[in-house]
Design a protein around this ligand. Structure first.
Ligand code: ATP
Length: 264
């Protein structure tokens, strides 16, 4: 029987040393020069740990991830990847980073295998071929090795993005809704791969609405509401520090601390 939310054991970090490799400190993001979307969000993730960002639609999850990976400029605050400041030493910081958006768009005219070659060249990975072939097997893309990016289904595009991200063994991996679009076999293989990536020492940050996934995989959670950090820490710490009943499930915590969207 599936254990209840409140009794399920929290995932244990397997890496023995827990140096913080992702340090996000008080970031603010403005859209269209006026709308303040992120209001001082902070997040610290040690190596070997999986952090999940949760919040309702429009809470700021994707904006947070896109800011951490340097796609969206931040107006205030800092992001450090493996100790390297993202703004001041962008290229060096990004060497240690992988970003998997929720609907990856591969190059239409490159094959699956050429994407791996391109990614390896971009990140300076040598002797990547056998590792690349293993990744294609693992993500069930070996039969699509010579298919063009434009010929892949959404789930296959996602699997290709996962394979590319795994190739350069980044210290920090950011994933926006990593399981959406995957079939059950793909979900199982992605969950295992995420756990293995963390076990090998990477810090993984993912956003998801799947609370069961968070309880299964995440060591830490960041709850956002309307662009503000409501909580960051372990699920047990959330039960202890938020005004919720002892033993509350993550779902109960979520509804207790987040607000529905305002009426029009
Ligand atoms: P969801 O769960 O729906 O994916 P989210 O938590 O990822 O939501 P974001 O996409 O980060 O939310 O959006 C946060 C806020 O920023 C929302 O109010 C949204 O309307 C706004 N926003 C997002 N993208 C833009 C944009 N390009 N221009 C202006 N505002 C934007």
């Amino acid at each position: 029987m599936r254990p209840s939310d409140s009794t399920r054991a929290a995932p244990q970090a397997t890496a023995s040393v827990h140096a913080v490799v992702l340090n996000v400190n008080g970031i603010e993001v403005i859209y269209n020069h006026v709308i303040l979307v992120l209001k001082g969000v902070s997040l610290q993730v040690p190596q070997g740990q999986i952090a999940a960002i949760l919040g309702g639609n429009g809470a700021g999850k994707t904006t947070t991830l896109r800011s951490i990976c340097g796609i969206l400029p931040i107006q205030r605050g800092t992001v450090r990847i493996a100790g390297v400041d993202l703004v001041q030493r962008e290229r060096e910081a990004k060497q240690n980073l992988a970003w998997i958006p929720d609907d990856p768009q591969p190059f239409e005219t490159l094959t699956v295998h050429e994407h791996l070659r391109f990614h390896a060249a971009l990140y300076g990975v040598e002797a990547w071929q056998s590792h690349g072939d293993r990744l294609l097997e693992r993500f069930e893309l070996a039969h699509k090795r010579d298919a063009l990016g434009g010929e892949l289904s959404r789930g296959m595009r996602q699997k290709l993005a996962l394979a590319c991200a795994w190739l350069h063994q980044p210290r920090v991996v950011l994933m926006d809704e990593p399981l959406s679009g995957l079939d059950p076999r793909g979900i199982r293989s992605a969950k295992l791969a995420i756990q293995e990536l963390a076990a090998s020492g990477s810090a993984v940050v993912l956003s998801t609405h799947l609370l069961g996934l968070i309880e299964e995989l995440a060591h830490r959670i960041l709850i956002l509401d309307n662009g503000r950090k409501i909580f960051e820490g372990t699920l047990d710490q959330a039960r202890g520090s938020l005004s919720v009943a002892p033993g509350s499930s993550l779902e109960e915590i979520f509804f207790a601390v987040t607000q529905p969207p305002p009426a029009p």
